[in-house]
Design a protein around this ligand. Structure first.
Ligand SMILES: Nc1ncnc2c1ncn2[C@@H]1O[C@H](COP(=O)(O)OP(=O)(O)OP(=O)(O)O)[C@@H](O)[C@H]1O
Length: 598
């Protein structure tokens, strides 16, 4: 089939792009002379009208790409599927013919088959099919290639994400602490994304753990060095404590292992009698002056002075605190492992009990409660140096050379008998006596109250004792770390009144009491004198008092004696006796004490 050569100069373009809906009738040419057979399908206006779309008319500028050609004078051109309304008719016009010719020429030039060239069309279609097939092949090939490279690409993407997160982390870590506290939102990356975030958190935790462990190691190192320092300081402290004990003891020995303090009780209406003189500038001297009638007759009166010196003389205004300050050094010695004995000597009513026990008022507390207070406070401090202490208290009365347990709390009828025994280490113990473990001062004060209830009293003074009372506190110390032990006894004695028999008007039982008291007191003087003379035999066993105090009066002890005197003129004789006895004790120098340490 031959193809017609056509010259195309102008075409009317109408396709689905320009005319949505794909349905249109177009009258694109000016009115021409009508053919009689032709229905009036085309109206005069030259503009094209789009039917069924309601849109504004569009001026056609190009001819349709292919159109069937009809007979002369009229032509029907099909655009798209050739159905009823979609056909439009163009009046045969020279211009139209020219257009058709041009279109044919175009088709020939583009090698497209003409509408009636079915063979050409089939050939075109075959070519196209071959094209598509070869394109399909190459697409399949490409798909296979991409399939092969997918895992590697996924891996690369994953690595890239991790790298990005690491970089981000590295940047954020020093600035945002909350990253490690699970505050990074889990990005919706799917499982792989979550995995990356979890790995990131894990690495943050790892780095936190590493830094914490490093901190811990540093802290452990610091603790170790501090422990070493503490051990060294403890060791130095222990050495210092031992040195202090030694120096303290040297001072006590220089002061004398037996010391005598004189204390003058105030008169009921205050002040002192004329016969007692206390020099204002000397706190160690006391003068007892007696005015007598002159034997020569030259003067009406003569004055006789009895001068005494002691380690310390306390006037009527001295407070309990002032007095205790002097003996607190000895209490410290008891804690350091030395036996200490402190006793009060004097006539009835001279102030012995007041000095040793005091009154209930806090400021009037006596030597026993104050000593106990000091001991328990000191042990708390020594505990920091590794010392542990245990205390045992006992309170015994020697009445008519018989021992009575002042801490006994059962029926009087069942009171047991007591004997003094010498145990190992020259320590004296009493059979059947209450030895009460104590751990604080309150417990000791309760025991003192119980002892006061049990004490015997005289007719001359309701509170005055007709017996010696001996309070003993056994102190056991141990420093496990240093392998050091100490053992000592603090002995505080309130002696019975030392007055003469005549004044007490004693008869019968009272006489017996007075004899026993005077006997034991004079035996105390004899023992102290024997110790001062360094006699080979010391008669401790002559009385229960000296026998019981044996451990506290010997070479391994520190002794303090209070001589209490009454200020009334009518007590002159008793006062002189007491001062003479005390002066004799004051002249004694007991052998050098050594601490009971193991
Ligand atoms: N330094 C003092 N200051 C104030 N009052 C004191 C002082 N010394 C003693 N007294 C008071 O004197 C009185 C007698 O004292 P205390 O009972 O102590 O004598 P004592 O020597 O123990 O007598 P006794 O031998 O009969 O037991 C008590 O009322 C006491 O309060």
């Amino acid at each position: 089939m031959s193809r017609l050569p056509v010259m195309a100069s102008k075409r009317v373009l109408a396709n689905s792009e320009n005319f949505p809906g794909g349905q249109f009738d177009l009258k694109c040419l000016p009115p021409q002379k009508k053919s009689r057979k032709e229905p009036e399908a085309v109206k005069p206006p030259a503009a094209a009208t789009v039917l069924g779309t309601g849109r504004a008319p569009v001026t056609a500028t190009r001819a349709p790409v292919s159109r069937p050609i009809r007979g002369v004078g009229a032509a029907t051109v099909a655009v798209g599927p050739s159905r009823g309304k979609r056909r439009w008719v163009v009046d045969a016009h020279p211009v139209l013919w020219l257009t058709l010719l041009l279109d044919l020429a175009h088709q020939v030039s583009t090698k497209r088959p003409l509408p009636w060239d079915m063979k050409g069309k089939v050939s075109d279609m075959k070519g196209k099919i071959q094209d598509y097939q070869s394109k399909m092949k190459s697409a399949n090939l490409e798909r296979e290639n991409l399939k092969d490279t997918l895992p590697a690409n996924e891996l690369a993407i994953g690595s890239f994400k991790i790298g990005t997160f690491w970089g981000l982390l590295h940047f954020l870590q020093p600035k945002a602490k909350n990253i490690g506290q699970n505050k990074i939102p889990v990005v919706a990356f799917g499982q792989r994304g979550r995995c990356v975030v979890l790995q990131m958190r894990l690495s943050v935790q790892d780095s936190t753990l590493a830094s914490t462990q490093a901190g811990l190691r540093a802290a452990e190192e610091e603790v170790r060095s501090l422990k070493e320092l503490a051990a060294r300081l403890e060791s130095e402290l222990h050495v210092g404590e031992m040195e202090r004990r030694q120096l303290h003891n040297t001072i006590q020995e220089l002061k004398g292992n037996i010391r005598v303090f004189c204390r003058v009780r105030p008169q009921v209406n205050g002040g002192l009698g004329k016969h007692i003189q206390l020099p204002a500038n000397d706190d160690k001297a006391i003068t007892l002056a007696k005015t007598e009638e002159s034997h020569t007759g030259k003067t009406t009166e003569t004055q006789k002075n009895y001068n005494f010196t002691f380690d310390r003389v306390f006037g009527p205004d001295a407070t309990q605190q002032e007095v205790f300050e002097e003996i607190s050094l000895l209490v410290q010695s008891a804690l350091d492992g030395y036996n200490v004995c402190c006793f009060a000597y004097g006539q009835t009513g001279s102030g012995k009990t007041y000095t040793m026990e005091g009154a209930e008022d806090h400021r009037a507390l006596g030597m026993i409660p104050r000593a106990v207070q000091q001991i328990f406070r000191a042990t708390h401090k020594l505990a920091a140096q590794g010392w542990e202490f245990s205390f045992t208290a006992s309170f015994v009365e020697i009445y008519n050379e018989c021992l009575r347990d002042l801490l006994y709390a059962d029926k009087a009828s069942k009171r047991p008998e007591h004997e003094i025994r010498k145990s190992t280490g020259n320590k004296m113990t009493i059979t059947n006596l209450t030895y009460q473990k104590v751990s604080n001062e309150d417990q000791v004060l309760c025991l003192i109250a119980l002892a006061n209830q049990n004490r015997s009293t005289t007719t001359q003074n309701d509170r005055s004792s007709r017996s010696h009372s001996v309070f003993q506190l056994d102190i056991e110390g141990v420093n496990v770390g240093r392998d050091v032990k100490s053992s000592s006894t603090l002995c505080l004695v309130d002696l019975a009144g030392s007055e003469r028999m005549v004044k007490s008007q004693s008869q019968g039982e009272r006489f017996k009491e007075m004899t026993a008291i005077n006997s034991s007191l004079s035996n105390l003087g004899i023992v102290i004198t024997a110790l001062a003379n360094k006699d080979t035999f010391i008669p401790y066993r002559n009385s229960k008092l000296t026998y019981l105090l044996q451990g506290c009066l010997g070479g391994n002890s520190k002794t303090l004696m209070f001589v209490n005197i009454a200020p009334e003129p009518d007590s002159f004789g008793e006062t002189l006796n007491s001062l003479r006895f005390a002066s004799k004790v004051n002249d004694c120098v007991i052998g050098t004490a050594s601490a009971n340490r193991k």
